[in-house]
Design a protein around this ligand. Sequence first.
Ligand code: PLP
Length: 410
Amino acid sequence: MKGFTSKAIHGVVLKKDPHGALRFPLYDNAAFEADSAHDLELMFQGKKASHVYSRISNPTVEDFEQKVRLLSNAFGVVAVASGMAAISETVIALAGAGSNIVTSRFLFGNTVSLFESTFKRWGLEVRYADMTDTVSIEAAIDERTRLVFLEVITNPQLEVADIAVVSSIAGKHDVPVVLDGTLTTPYLFRSRDRGVAVEIISSTKYISGGATSIGGLIIDNGVFNWKKSPALADEAGKVGPGALVSRLRREVNRNVGACMSPHNAWLQSLGLETLALRVDRSSENALAVATFLSAHPRVRAVNYPGLPGSPGHDVAVRQFGGKAGGLLTFELGGKEECFRFMDSLTMVRRATNLNDNKSLILHPASTIFADYPAEEREKMMVSERLLRLAVGIEDKEDIIDDLSLGLEKL
Ligand code: PLP
């Protein structure tokens, strides 16, 4: 079985269902019983492989994790409650008070808030670098740097860094790269092949298959020697390459309690089966929409990495094989014009999600980035003129018709 979709559909059969169910069942329960007190002791010690309690592990969640592991060609995967839980837990596992992380100014709004507010309060230093500039990254890293964090395509600036270059700079300093691969998923981008130590994904987006549920993934690609991570060196001494997964399962995820619900894992396993079809379709739609918008006289600028001439285009073609996902941005005259345009749309929905089956539009400055002063927003390239369109998998003619009518009414 070589193809992405064949693997996504058939997955890894860990144990045949006793009833022969063709779809892995939903084990929607909290606890698992033991045959004897001694067995329960062994289960707690991790000496008998068995599920004990669904906050720690669950068969349906494990089935989903194993499918993602197969599709990413990774060492291990831990599914968690949300994309934000995946980022939080990874940073908690690898860094701490007195250390620093190096990241970009271009990040999803809640990630900025997590780093700037939550983690800074706990004594973590957050350093910023331009991920497209090797000198800037190199200058930010020092002996207290515990990870370099970046997004594969930044949301909403749509900057695309050369990930292999970032990995090689971080690697020189024995620092792992943590990549938010939400916008590409393992279908468009094989982060393992570009030296990324850990990929985190908000599976709420593309993977869920139509915004059915919230979820997150922490994918250990198995390319980083955890003995080099001060936070994990002792764990690596004990368990070897499984140090991060072990630390997450046996400590961070277990104690934080942000586990993925079995129900969400079941839904997202189903979503995974059609991931490639949906990414292909929304990438094709997004390119058609970007081409339409860039030729429209009312539109001041369009940014889509799949569109020739957009800033991230060349790297995107090299990294993602000619597809660039469903997210694009464009500019109108100002906030008031953006709002009028959004309100005139009849099929494209006004909502904050992305990579849904439905096309969704949002004005980032007044929503996700509303907590930041105007000058901060400008630094993050989130202007009042900017609209973010997450192109869905509807028929592209209908999406373009809706946008076209909205632009005519301005
Ligand atoms: N990373 C990116 C790039 C996102 O766009 C989002 C959410 O929009 C997240 C992480 C957070 O994911 P979740 O909403 O599943 O916590």
